[in-house]
Each structure stands twice: as structure tokens, then as C-alpha cells.
Ligand binder design. Sequence first.
Ligand SMILES: [Zn+2]
Length: 310
Amino acid sequence: MSFNLHQPPAYRYSGPIFDAHCHFSTPEATERMIRAGELYGVTRWVGICRVEEVPAFRERFGRRAAFTIWLDHRLPADAPGFVKTQLDIVRQTLEIGGRCIKFWYKPEYNQRSGLFFDHPRLDPVFRAIEEAGLPVLVHIADPDVWWRNRYSDPAKFEAKRFTYRQLTNTLERFSRLSVLVAHLGGWPENLPFLTDLLNRYPNCHLDTSGTKWIARELSAKPAEARDFIIRYADRLLFGSDLVAWDHADFEHHCSRYWVHRHLYERNERVPSPIEDPDADGPVQVVGLDLPDSVLQRLYLENARRFFRLE
Ligand SMILES: [Zn+2]
């Protein structure tokens, strides 16, 4: 099968689509990502960027762009100004109309910084975010296969299941804080775990970002994946995790949107147009044929509500 990624097939859903998780970079590279998305029906991008970058993106992309703002993960966690720096970012985010705060607490960061998502040092930061009425986006975990290669040293890295206590402790302690957990919570391999997480924590939401990973894992168990998405249709937000790299061309961006829309809307099994180094072999993307009412929430309504976008 060959793909013409410049010509999307006819999709069932024809309403607006918000990409709840992507990364802005230079204006030119971001423009390329946005043009690809427009071809695939995306009308709004909640892009992750630094707070000082917002005015330039806003000027260029207008209402198409909304913003999730990075905290400073470069600063050593025990530096004297660590908390103040993060608090300043929260305040600036509010002033400039950013919609969400991004935490990057994956194993690599935990190991480098010694800081976890439930550390008491972050309490004033969470309190300020809660007070500001902003939600947060957090990346907690990576694919299971990464635990078998990159994170296999137990002296350096926690076990995957154990590392989730940093998320659940915070969900529990800051129960008014809306939390979006990236990459289907970081555990698309384990839908029973996510079921339990969503049942226990009403303030927890998941995005579907991370195209290769999500397509690989959901296609491996389509019936279970379909049931899960329908059941939690109010708590799931469509996201691509596209990064507007300078070297990412238009086709690269198209291929990600192509896979997402196929996965949610179509009903046939096709070879993925994306090479997946984490897979055992070539990946087949299985269309989950989700009901229209679910697509409407996944693509649009949940993001509108979560980020308070009019
Ligand atoms: Zn991301």
C-alpha cells in the first residue's frame, strides 16, 4: 500500500479538531506543522513552549495557537531559586493567557534531578497553579520496552508501576487540580491500570499523544482499546506530540495526523506509514471506528473544557 499523505481520505468527522499536545519551536517550523494539521482538519494547537515565546507565536498564528508553558527543568532542583523560578513562570503564564503548565517528570528527569512529581518542594508551585485555575500536563512514563533497555538499571531507575506513586500522590493531595497525563497516561500497554487510575482520580485526564506508541499499543488490542476510549470519552484528549523540529518536513507531520485519524475513525487495518523502532516488526494501524459522539469529545469538547478555550 502506498500513501499519499498530501491527500487525506474522506473522514467521518468533519468538525473542528484541537491538538491538545504538540510542541512549538521556531515560527517557520511551527508553521509547517500547522499547515499539515490544517490539511487533516486541525483548527487549534495547544503548543508547548516557553513563556517568553508566546507573543511571537500569537502574532503569527492568532487564535489557532494556545499555550502550555514549560516550567524550568534545566535548573538544578536544589538550586536556591528553584521554587521562585517556577512560581514566576506560573504568574507569567497567567498574565499572558497561557492555558496550562507542563511538568516533565519522566525517569530521565527523576534520575538527573532527584526530584519527583510528589516532592513537597513542589507544594507551593501546585498551590499557585491551583489558585490560578490552570491545569497541568505531565509526562510520567515511557514505553514498557524502554524499561527493558534504557531504564533497566534498578540502582538508577524505579520500576514503572512504582514510579506512578509520584502521580497518584499529587492527584490525591491536590484534588482540585486538573491533571492531563501525556501519552495515554504513559501506559497504553496496560489499559486495566489506566482504568483504575481514572476511576480513582476524577481530576485525572489522559491525552493520546505519541503517535507511534499509541498506534502500536491500541492496534494490538483494538476491541479493548475501543471499549476503553468509549468508556472514558469524557476524560481523553486528542494530542499528536508533534514537535516542530527544523528537520521535520511536511510529510512527517502529515503522517502523524494521518495515523491518528485512521486509528479513531476508520475501520480497516493498514500498514503504518511511520517506521517504529520500538516495535517488533512492521506495525499495522487498526481503525477503532469510534462513534461520532466520542470523536466529538476526543477531538474538541474535552480540550475546550480542560484548557478553557472558547
Ligand atoms: Zn510532548
